[in-house]
Design a protein around this ligand. Structure first.
Ligand code: SAH
Length: 255
């Protein structure tokens, strides 16, 4: 028996198609949006400027993604752009009377990521006119970014960014590493935390914030507060340092 072959990642089977793009800057920005999310196959159908890939504004806005521009193909029709794909998605801010099934970006991305047999294309329209009904009709699904109904037309490259992001999230799925903000130290052990509470309690009694004969709910409340903080060893040490200072200063005043 052959060993199971691992499925092709979505990054290697998703094509971005821009139809009749007018602004060179949008082509550069779209390349950048794609590369930041790990995608690299860009196809242009009849761009207004046939030399758009060499345009200064396109190159400037592509920034570090000029390699995507260098590999971009220019073709003469949507059919050519979709060659080799078995699933194509029209992106439109407008709903159409006759349209393929309508999806939002997230479920679409999940479907694309889950079905390793799909070689997919995301098809974006011209900045002013969007996609024609005929172009939408060639696609297997219609996707609308659920934007503000009062103003739902995104900039072309920003629509590319939203779709690329959703596809990246779906493609990485469980493999995503949660982002840690800031440093992550060694977690405090429960006995370190218990000793900290005892120390803190002693200090609070010392400064007469806590009345041992009438403690109310102060310590349980502080416990609840700190339980949400996932205390680290260093933080426990700081709190104990504060307690030590409070006790020492109070005792010095008493002398
Ligand atoms: N005036 C055009 C808007 C074009 S914006 C129109 O009404 O269609 C350029 C392209 O960005 C669109 O063709 C579409 O592919 C994409 N786009 C912009 N906003 C979008 C949205 N809310 N949902 C899906 N795609 C969108």
């Amino acid at each position: 028996m052959n060993p199971p072959t691992s499925p092709t990642p979505l990054f290697d089977r998703l094509r971005f198609v821009l139809v009749e793009t007018s602004r060179a800057g949008n082509v550069g920005s779209a390349a950048r949006a794609m590369k930041t999310m790990g995608f690299s196959e860009l196809v242009l159908v009849n761009p207004r400027d046939p030399n758009v890939l060499k345009d200064d504004e396109a190159i400037a806005l592509a920034s570090g993604a000029t390699d995507v521009l260098e590999r971009t193909r220019i073709v003469g029709s949507l059919d050519e752009a979709l060659a080799g794909c078995n699933f194509s998605v029209a992106l439109s801010a407008r709903l159409r009377e006759f349209s393929p099934p309508l999806l939002e970006p997230r479920p679409l991305a999940q479907q694309l990521a889950a079905d390793g047999g799909l070689n997919a294309a995301l098809v974006f329209g011209n900045e002013r006119f969007g996609l024609s009904n005929e172009q939408v009709g060639k696609c297997s699904a219609l996707v609308t970014v659920p934007a503000n109904p009062a103003y739902s037309s995104l900039n072309l490259s920003q629509a590319v960014q939203v779709l690329a992001y959703e596809c990246r999230m779906a493609a990485l799925g469980e493999a995503r590493v949660p982002v840690e903000i800031g440093f992550r130290g060694e977690p405090a052990s429960s006995d370190q935390i218990e000793r900290m509470f005892a120390h803190l309690e002693q200090a609070l009694v010392e400064i007469e914030f806590l009345d041992p004969d009438n403690p109310k709910k102060l310590m349980p409340r502080l416990r609840r507060l700190f339980s949400r903080a996932q205390l680290e060893v260093e933080e426990v040490n700081i709190l104990r340092g504060i307690a030590t200072q409070l006790i020492e200063r109070r005792q010095r005043i008493r002398k």
